[in-house]
Design a binder for this molecule. Structure first.
Ligand code: UD1
Length: 428
């Protein structure tokens, strides 16, 4: 087992290049199951969730060839339905995209219930509701999701009860080769939903309206292989933007789509941070005090829930009272205990956290989930003294070469093997 050891209090200065987006890469990889032919996927991030996804595809019978560190060739012509290994499926959330992909390809699915970060209860009822409209009545039996159609999927009209990234993506996957037209209303508008639609269209699908509330999918006979480059990861970019501000640094973050970060940039400017942007870069610099702010997470284009723990660090460091309202997930404040360990002046009431500012002090903390882990790293970089972050495997699920990228801009951070495993087990 390993931990991060950070000696903080140094401004981050320089340039960080952003990798491909995790939450676009994963549905695109699973989407390859729909395709008879070779897909070349470029700008793939080197992260644990991608490794697991490729292992799942290989176990199902796909041919997976890494062409270089960030490019993979996948030929899923010979995948076998229902063969995704439960022990891998259980470890990541994105494995649930196999439900839509298998349904689209075989008209039936048998996939283990997904894992992923613990944000409270994470039901999949909207996914199943969508499949049902397409003619596949799904049930959950013995830890697996099972669904089957008699004569293949038939397009239909789906109005989601809430905005769900996962359900929107899953129905898009299932509907690509369904007979006739599928219309999804109250669809998620996240950039990764658009990226998946662009990938599927490059494979010959007919999807219109991705990025708006209503997506229309005209079913096609078959999908063919293509070459496709994944968009940059807006959450990775946002994380480094906040790290720049928290350390009073000056970072230029390249290979980004600044539009995707509008909401994060606006909130940071409100807190007194300087954010400049160009075609494919943002520059974040900060000196002096941070101003308190109020943030409420929302589906895109609102403030992303995946950027919620990171901005809490700015709130801890800011002057005055800030509020942070989580409105997407039931329980995304489990990391606040770790902030208390660092001396944060924060109170939680249901889905609202109130920060009084006043700073943080170095401590041994742990990553309770992926983005909360990133927030602990930002805190460690910002404050004087030695911060240790346990449970880093959760951080490495989603951040490509985080240590190397931070070291290159002046961070004193390293990965250290844990000798006192007992103490670490307690931290778990
Ligand atoms: C995805 C992302 C996650 C991000 C989230 C919101 C991946 C692998 N994960 O998660 O990083 O934080 O989008 O941007 O891409 N819900 C239901 N029933 C459903 C589906 C969802 O009640 O059938 C609820 C969820 O519990 C949650 C809300 O809807 O409260 C939004 O969830 P959703 O957008 O589906 O998030 P995920 O796809 O799980």
């Amino acid at each position: 087992m390993e931990k991060f050891v950070i000696h903080g209090g140094r401004p981050l200065v320089g340039e960080i290049e952003i990798s491909g987006m995790k939450n676009a890469a994963l549905p695109i990889l699973m989407g390859c199951v729909l395709v008879k032919g070779e897909c070349i996927i470029e700008n793939l991030p080197e992260i644990h969730d991608v490794t697991v996804s490729l292992q799942i595809l290989e176990a199902m019978g796909a041919t997976v060839r890494m062409l270089d560190r960030n490019t993979v060739a996948i030929d899923a012509s010979n995948v076998r339905y229902g063969t995704a290994p439960l022990e891998l499926v259980n470890t990541i959330r994105a494995s649930y995209y196999l439900m839509g992909a298998e349904l689209g390809r075989f008209g039936k699915t048998h996939v283990g219930y997904p894992g992923g970060c613990d944000f409270g209860v994470r039901p999949i009822d909207q996914h199943l509701k969508g499949f049902k409209v397409l003619g596949a009545d799904a049930e959950i039996v013995n830890g697996y999701v099972d669904a089957e159609t008699e004569d293949g999927l038939v397009g239909g009209h789906i109005f989601f009860d809430l905005v769900s990234v996962g359900a929107t993506i899953n129905v898009m996957l299932a509907a690509c080769m369904a007979k006739g037209m599928t219309e999804i209303e109250n669809a998620a508008k996240e950039p990764h939903v658009v990226d998946l639609a662009n990938f599927l269209n490059a494979c010959g699908a007919d999807i219109k309206g991705a990025g708006t509330d209503t997506i229309r999918i005209n079913g096609v006979e078959r999908l063919h292989g293509c070459s496709y480059a994944i968009i940059p990861d807006m959450i990775e970019a946002g994380t480094y933007m906040i790290a720049a501000a928290a350390t009073r640094g000056d970072l230029t973050i390249t290979n980004v789509i600044p539009k995707h970060l509008d909401c994060v940039s606006a909130k940071m400017r409100e807190m007194g941070v300087t954010v400049e942007e160009g075609d494919e870069w943002v520059r974040v610099s900060h000196k002096g005090e941070l101003t308190a702010a109020n943030v409420k997470t929302q589906p895109y284009p609102g403030y992303p829930t995946d950027m919620q723990p990171q901005i809490s660090i700015l709130m801890c460091l800011a002057k005055g009272t800030s509020t942070l309202k989580e409105s997407v997930f039931d329980n995304r404040f489990r990391y606040i205990d770790e902030l208390l360990r660092m001396g944060a002046n924060v109170k939680v009431d249901g889905k609202m956290a109130t920060f009084e500012g006043g700073g943080l002090s170095a401590a041994r903390v742990r990553a309770v989930d992926l983005r909360a882990g990133a927030a602990m790293v930002i805190a460690g970089l910002a404050i004087e003294g030695c911060t240790e972050v346990d449970n880093i495997r959760l951080i490495e699920r989603g951040y490509d070469h985080i240590i190397e990228k931070l070291q290159a801009v002046g961070a004193d951070i390293c990965r250290v093997e844990i000798k006192d495993v007992k103490a670490s087990a307690q931290a778990e």
